[in-house]
Design a protein around this ligand. Structure first.
Ligand code: PNS
Length: 162
């Protein structure tokens, strides 16, 4: 059985992330989507809230399991016994970042490997940061997010404006 691990902050999960999860779920028997922390970032939603939102959006896919972890990626990779990690890339700078992360993770765990999926053209400008930037000014973010979480994200961003 092949299993892949799709890690990310997902603060919040965008339509781009959802498309990567959907496509990754087709090339393995089991896809673990793991919500994690990047200690260089501050988050709008805490880990549990992000896990809940990702579960709500990806619940329709039978071979996807959503988990949360505030540890190292290589540790959960080993614990779950996955064949490889999946990450989506939108641009050359994403590629450079992912290549560096892959080398660092491989130093920590020799069996670590990563599959990079190029993002769909029409979703390539969407990022969680853009969602938060546009939404914080009251702009329309509904085209960037899965429908299930638009209200939740708008509500949290509205609180920041008051
Ligand atoms: O969606 P993001 O913020 O690009 O995801 C980055 C994430 C969370 C996958 C990365 O920061 C990560 O792996 N965090 C867990 C801690 C860890 O293992 N850090 C070392 C990476 S070399």
């Amino acid at each position: 059985m092949t299993s892949l691990l799709f890690p990310g902050s997902f603060d919040p999960l965008t339509r781009g992330h959802k498309d990567i999860a959907r496509r990754a779920s087709k090339i393995c028997d089991k896809l673990y989507v793991v919500v994690m922390n990047n200690n260089k970032k501050t988050y709008l939603f805490d880990l549990d809230e992000r896990v809940q939102m990702v579960k709500e959006v990806l619940g329709e896919y039978e071979n996807i399991e959503v988990l949360g972890s505030d540890g190292l990626l290589v540790d959960i990779f080993k614990d779950l016994g996955c064949n490889a990690v999946v990450r989506g890339i939108r641009s050359e700078s994403d590629f450079r970042y992912e290549a560096e992360m892959a080398l660092a993770n491989k130093m920590l765990c020799p069996s670590y490997d990563v599959t990079l999926l190029p993002c769909r053209d029409d979703l390539s400008l969407i990022s969680s940061s853009l969602v938060k930037e546009v939404g914080s000014y009251g702009g329309d973010i509904s085209g960037m997010l899965p429908a299930q979480i638009v209200d939740k994200v708008n509500e949290r961003l509205r609180k920041g404006r008051t």
